[in-house]
Design a protein around this ligand. Structure first.
Ligand SMILES: [Mn+2]
Length: 235
């Protein structure tokens, strides 16, 4: 039995399946998928449909799911007077914003589903956790998509609002918790300042950053929380 974290798949279904094979993912294992499963790549929905059938895969919300889910929920509803009113209050902006960050392909994929399949996808996305705190072999890991904005030692993970968790990356040069690891995605590790190992999992200062750039010509990386062993979809 082992516990793994992956992140930022961005529609790379092949990378996702390869990493599952690499880690030998089995029924007794647990996998946390730390947000941004969707957008940019071509198989976002395909990944979600596979994930939702695995009782030992636990999804965590990313900014792409947050924005995409609202847009898709709106697009599914018939245009009514009420929905047009809500459109004026920012939804158009959300739709445009989603297009800009790569939502087009996800929207196309979604549009080809049956009504029931669409409903299943939205219900699944709406169940994503905001974060997970897990203890593995005496070590504690706080797994959250982007970071802990407005961090303070006194705040429990539960005290953070959604917007503080999914948009802003942490300062990777700073230790947030002395006795816990902060496990994040969102920022490809090649973009972490001073990181000498681009597109590999980054570990320093009690941070573990796992976005290895799938969707940006990178790959999928996985970390095992029991052993800190790293796995890559293209090795
Ligand atoms: Mn993100």
């Amino acid at each position: 039995m082992a516990t793994y974290v992956i992140s930022d798949l961005h529609g790379d279904y092949e990378g996702y399946r390869r990493i599952l094979t690499k880690i030998g993912f089995g029924e007794d294992d647990v996998l946390y998928v730390n947000g941004d499963v969707i957008d940019r790549g071509k198989d976002s929905i395909k990944i979600l449909q596979h994930m939702m059938m695995q009782p030992n895969i636990f999804p965590i919300l990313g900014n792409h799911e947050y924005i995409g889910c609202q847009a898709l929920r709106f697009l599914m509803n018939e245009i009514t007077e009420e929905s047009v009113e809500s459109l004026e209050s920012g939804l158009i902006e959300g739709l445009l914003q989603w297009q800009e960050i790569g939502g087009r392909k996800t929207m196309d994929e979604f549009s080809k589903l049956t009504r029931q399949e669409q409903e299943d996808i939205l219900e699944y996305l709406e169940e994503f956790s905001l974060y997970e705190e897990v203890a593995v072999k005496g070590k504690i890991f706080v797994i959250v998509h982007a970071g802990l904005d407005n961090f303070s030692q006194d705040r429990k993970p539960d005290d953070y609002r959604l917007h503080e968790l999914i948009f802003k990356s942490p300062d990777y040069g700073r230790v947030y918790y002395k006795d816990k690891y902060l496990v994040t995605g969102h920022l490809p590790t090649m973009a972490i300042e001073g990181n000498a190992r681009p597109n590999r999992i980054y570990m320093a200062n009690n941070h573990i950053a796992v976005d290895c750039g799938a969707g940006y010509d990178g790959r999928v990386g996985a970390i095992c929380l029991e052993t800190f062993e790293e796995f890559y979809s293209d090795d």
